[in-house]
Write a protein that binds this ligand. Structure first.
Ligand code: F0G
Length: 355
């Protein structure tokens, strides 16, 4: 099947007009992978929606292609966003594709190296503030509100949600119907909002006959929704979801409530354990924030909140190469340094690993 990105593939569900630029970097159409070993270990039928396969390595591309296309359609020549990294990489790429300006505001020193390098190399203007994501978002919202020439492309821009809902469509097509449970990391809470909108639209159009339960997972040190109040200084190894006051808080809670699901928290330890399980048992490398959904599935199974045999899709939001530093810290086994010598190498592989 010929697929040309989500604007073409799903135009009938999207606000695409004859004047919308035909923008695409071949986002969407990401694999849904059956996790056979983890399914067996955890007693569920588990699939991973591999959003790291998108052109800039995260799910943000689905929303960004729509938001940047609509910005240009409306005559804007500058997009701006706050970001923990992935949004900035994606905004920078799509802005470059259409030859417009991208300004990204990030928390200084707190975004993964891969993401920062993407924003820089795509040619965005990168402003690193002495503050966190929530503070950066406050700043860019104000700038966009005060200038009609600058378009805000964070997920408070409704076109971002429109684009991102297409992942729910794909899940239903790939699975031949909706899953019982959709497990998803929650940061600024745009993506859980988008999936729920997508599932409901497919349900309303008669394409699916049931709706999944939405299970969102925040990192414990940044679990504002779970605690019921904003967190001034959020902290987690999963820097992508280090957010203390999610902009789409209300719609995330609605998604969980209406679907009979929940928003819960997972610890950094649980996140890193799921991160290692996924790479070693399934050969799939995602970034730490993505592993929050898997950690959540494991925890919910142990607590009996997800029943045995449940068909679960975990959204794995970003590619593991985004955050090489955490990868090197997360595993005890390091590369073995040896002289340039045949015998030394032979000797090293004769010994079992770690001995
Ligand atoms: N996973 C990854 C890899 C992310 O980058 C993000 C958000 C999320 C999950 C959470 O999604 O915000 O829609 O609830 N990253 C944003 C950014 C905040 O700036 O790149 P959400």
């Amino acid at each position: 099947m010929r697929r040309m990105g989500i604007l073409e593939q799903y135009h009938s569900f999207l606000p695409v007009t004859p004047n919308t630029p035909r923008l695409s970097l071949h986002e969407g159409n990401t694999p849904l992978v059956h996790l056979e070993r983890l399914s067996e270990t955890w007693g569920v039928e588990l699939y991973a929606k591999m959003e790291g396969f998108n052109p800039t390595g995260s799910f943000k591309d689905r929303g960004m292609v729509m938001a940047v296309a609509k910005a240009v359609e409306a005559g804007s020549r500058t997009v701006i966003c706050a970001s923990t990294g992935n949004t900035s990489a994606s905004a920078a790429a799509y802005a470059a594709r259409l030859g417009i300006r991208a300004v990204v505001v990030v928390p200084d020193g707190r975004i993964a190296l891969g993401k920062l390098s993407q924003a820089v190399v795509y040619g965005a203007e990168v402003l690193a503030i002495e503050g966190n994501f929530d503070q950066a978002l406050t700043i860019v919202r104000r700038i966009a509100a005060e200038s009609s020439e600058v378009t805000l492309v964070n997920s408070v821009n409704p076109y971002r949600i429109e684009g991102q809902k297409t992942a729910a469509f794909e899940v239903c097509e790939q699975l031949g119907g909706p899953p019982d449970v959709l497990a998803i990391p929650v940061g600024n809470a745009g993506n859980i909002t988008a999936y729920w909108k997508g599932f409901r639209e497919y349900f309303d159009s008669g394409r699916i006959g049931a709706l999944p339960q939405m299970h969102g997972f925040q990192a414990e040190g940044a679990a504002a929704i779970v605690r019921g109040e904003p967190i001034a200084e959020p902290e987690t190894v999963a820097t992508a979801i280090r957010i203390g006051n999610p902009a789409s808080w209300k719609t995330a809670v609605e998604a969980a409530k209406e679907s009979g699901g929940a928003i819960d928290a997972v610890s950094d330890e649980e996140i890193l354990e799921a991160y290692r399980d996924l790479t070693r048992m399934e050969g799939l490398f995602v970034e730490p924030a993505s592993a929050a959904s898997l950690a959540g599935v494991k925890k919910a199974r142990q607590q009996g909140r997800i029943a045995a045999g449940t068909k679960v899709v975990a959204v794995l939001t970003g590619n593991g190469l985004k955050d090489p530093s955490t990868a090197m810290e997360a595993v005890p086994v390091k590369p073995v340094r040896l002289p340039n010598d045949w015998e030394a190498v032979e000797e090293a592989i004769r010994k079992p690993r770690g001995a």
